[in-house]
Design a protein around this ligand. Structure first.
Ligand code: SF4
Ligand code: SF4
Length: 183
C-alpha cells in the first residue's frame, strides 16, 4: 500500500487512510441506510464487545446482522471506529477505490458524494411527505412501504403526483449509487 505524507498531519499515512479521512466524514452513505439495509457479522467479529458498545443484532437466516441506519453513526462519524465489525472495516466503495488508486481526485469524489446525498435527500423528503416517518428503517424499505400502499384516487392530487416524483427520484438515486459507489 502506498504511503505519503498527509497534508493535515505531521506523520505519514497510507493512501487508504488519506482517502477515508477526506471522503467518509463527508459521506456516511454506507452507514446511514442509503446504500445498505443491514450489515452481517463475519468470522472474527466480537459479538459481546459490539453488544456492549450498543450494537443491536437480529437473526438474518443463519447469520447475525444489525440494521441500518446504524446507531453507531453520530454526526457523520462511526463512534466505534476502532472496534467496528469486519465488514465495515473492509468495505471500500467504488469512489474510495478510485481515489486510493489515484484514478479520481478527492475533489471530484466529494462532488459525487454531494450529488448522491442530494438525491437521497430528495427521496427522503418525498417518503416523509407521503407519510412514512419511521426514521429507524433503511431508505429502500421506507420507499417500498410507501409504494406498497394502494393508490387512493380520492386522495389529495398532490400526493398522487408525489408518488410519481418519488419513483423518479429513486431511479436517479439508484443510478448514482450503482455508478459511483457500487462499481
Ligand atoms: S460510501 Fe464510500 S465514501 Fe461514503 S462513507 Fe462509505 S466508504 Fe466512505
Ligand atoms: S459500525 Fe460504524 S462503520 Fe459500521 S455501519 Fe455502523 S457507523 Fe458504519
Amino acid at each position: 500500500m502506498s504511503i505519503r505524507a498527509h497534508p493535515w498531519f505531521n506523520f505519514p499515512v497510507t493512501l487508504n487512510e488519506e482517502a477515508i479521512s477526506k471522503l467518509c466524514p463527508a459521506c456516511g452513505l454506507c452507514c446511514n441506510g442509503v446504500l445498505f439495509g443491514d450489515v452481517e457479522l463475519q468470522r472474527g467479529d466480537d459479538v459481546k464487545l459490539l453488544g456492549k458498545l450498543g450494537v443491536e443484532f437480529f437473526r438474518k437466516g443463519r447469520k447475525t446482522a444489525f440494521s441500518q441506519p446504524c446507531a453507531c453513526l453520530v454526526n457523520g462519524l462511526c463512534r466505534i471506529y476502532e472496534d467496528r465489525p469486519n465488514r465495515c472495516a473492509t468495505f471500500d466503495c467504488g469512489l474510495l477505490k478510485r481515489v486510493q488508486s489515484e484514478k479520481m481526485m478527492p475533489a471530484a469524489a466529494l462532488k459525487k458524494i454531494a450529488d448522491a446525498k442530494r438525491r437521497a435527500a430528495e427521496v427522503l423528503k418525498l417518503v416523509r411527505q407521503l407519510g412514512n416517518t419511521d426514521e429507524s428503517l433503511p431508505l429502500n424499505q421506507r420507499y417500498a412501504a410507501v409504494i406498497a400502499e394502494p393508490i387512493d384516487m380520492s386522495a389529495d392530487e398532490a400526493d398522487i403526483e408525489r408518488r410519481g416524483e418519488l419513483m423518479m427520484a429513486v431511479s436517479r438515486l439508484v443510478e448514482s449509487l450503482e455508478r459511483d459507489f457500487l462499481t
